[in-house]
Design a protein around this ligand. Sequence first.
Ligand SMILES: Nc1nc2c(ncn2[C@@H]2O[C@H](COP(=O)(O)OP(=O)(O)O)[C@@H](O)[C@H]2O)c(=O)[nH]1
Ligand SMILES: [Mg+2]
Length: 219
Amino acid sequence: MDLTLWQYQFRIIMLGDSTVGKSSLLKRYTEEMFLDCINQTVGVDFYVHFLEVEPGVRVKLQFWDTAGQERFRSVTRSYFRNSVGGLLVFDLTNRASFEHVQEWHAEVCEHVQPHTVLFVLVGHKNDRVAQGERVVGHNEAEKLAGQLGMPYIEASAKTGQCVTEAFELLTRRVYQGLLSGEVQLQEGWDGVKCLAPRATLAQLQNPKINISNNRRCCS
Ligand SMILES: Nc1nc2c(ncn2[C@@H]2O[C@H](COP(=O)(O)OP(=O)(O)O)[C@@H](O)[C@H]2O)c(=O)[nH]1
Ligand SMILES: [Mg+2]
């Protein structure tokens, strides 16, 4: 099968304070590698990964990673726009990064209006918990995620623990949002691109629809 074939493209952004490990998570997921001294991203970095969300439905994930602007809280509007999913990351050993989660969430929601971004909250550098370095509790992080309406997962780019799970959780959440109508395809918005006929999506959303006379493309 041609691995570059896809029915949907989701644009996903990485969010969270500088040094929480956003670039490392992406590297681990897309290249299965971890670097102790990862270079500061220069320019917006771009990663692509393919995932089959159900048999025959292949999603192209297009990831955007910040270029270190988050260090100066100067991430621009264009970074948030046209995205459908956000992996919101904090460092389990860095209290301030957890305290900024709400600000990141609010900033994205404000910038993406009238669209919606679906999130997963990641408590990162889980490998350091074993050394007694945890300063953010599992329960309080899960509680905050619940208040913000997103799932919570703890992961480590260093060991690879739960990295695939975190990205797949987000991808499936977006896909479900698409099927339920929570995510709406709109002209001129690139958060989701769809190569499947519009009728196919309509039928997935409502299996009772008869699609035989309607095979327009929605991209
Ligand atoms: N112990 C540990 N260190 C990590 C992990 N992920 C990243 N780091 C380190 O944290 C630092 C910042 O990582 P980076 O990916 O550049 O963070 P970003 O600024 O959020 O993109 C680097 O020194 C990484 O090697 C992890 O899972 N565990
Ligand atoms: Mg980075």
